[in-house]
Design a protein around this ligand. Structure first.
Ligand SMILES: [Zn+2]
Length: 208
């Protein structure tokens, strides 16, 4: 799934060369690559986003899932004033990775919910009032450790680097400076997904 989404988005960049689209047309172009029954795509304008950038955010809704409604919502955030996006100026490599990573991260959450996996919540050991507490409780949650294990494994394969050089690994390291047991758990999750992704990647390679 991950590699399939990744290459489908890269293909859009190739086939749409030299064209320009509005933000909602770019969203539509991307939405058309996916079954409407699974995913919702939204266009959002955000002043924090630079021109020609497209920032991807996702959320999984377990209530919608239990009602058989589309349960993964992907928001594409664009610069507020930019009218047209020239496909040649969009960084399709980054967008393809961000979309595939984001969608599959949410699909890990969907899988967790559907298989009724139980995860341990994390209680921060930091002193009261420390601004890192809520960050630790979010990232240290067992379900997030599992899903970010996937995200980091995917980044390390696409970038061809070791997990320790990946963005979210760095975030975990800074956030859990006082509790290395979380990093040990994260590394186990990363390894699990590295094995799975490498297996999928081999199966996807064209036969000689
Ligand atoms: Zn998550």
């Amino acid at each position: 799934m991950f590699f399939e989404i990744h290459s489908r988005i890269l293909d859009i960049g190739d086939t749409m060369k030299g064209r320009r689209y509005t933000a909602s047309e770019v969203t539509k172009l991307i939405r058309r690559q996916f079954p409407a029954t699974d995913f919702l795509f939204r266009t959002h304008r955000d002043p924090a986003v630079d021109p020609d950038m497209i920032v991807v955010a996702g959320i999984y809704d377990c209530f919608n899932d239990s009602q058989d409604l589309p349960s993964v919502e992907i928001t594409l955030c664009y610069h507020p004033a930019q009218k047209y996006f020239f496909t040649d100026l969009i960084d399709w490599e980054t967008l393809a990775f961000d979309l595939a990573e984001c969608i599959c991260h949410e699909l890990v959450h969907r899988q967790q919910h559907r298989s009724r996996q139980k995860f341990k919540t994390y209680e921060s050991k930091l002193p009261e009032g420390d601004p890192l507490i809520s960050e630790q409780e979010y990232l240290g949650d067992g379900a997030e450790l599992d899903a970010y294990g996937f995200s980091i494994a995917a980044e390390s394969i696409v970038r061809g680097c070791i997990p320790q050089e990946c963005v979210m690994y760095g975030v975990y390291q800074t956030t859990f400076d006082n509790d290395k047991s979380v990093i040990v758990k994260l590394e186990q999750e990363i390894q699990k997904y590295l094995n799975l992704l490498e297996l999928n990647n081999e199966q996807n390679e064209p036969k000689q």
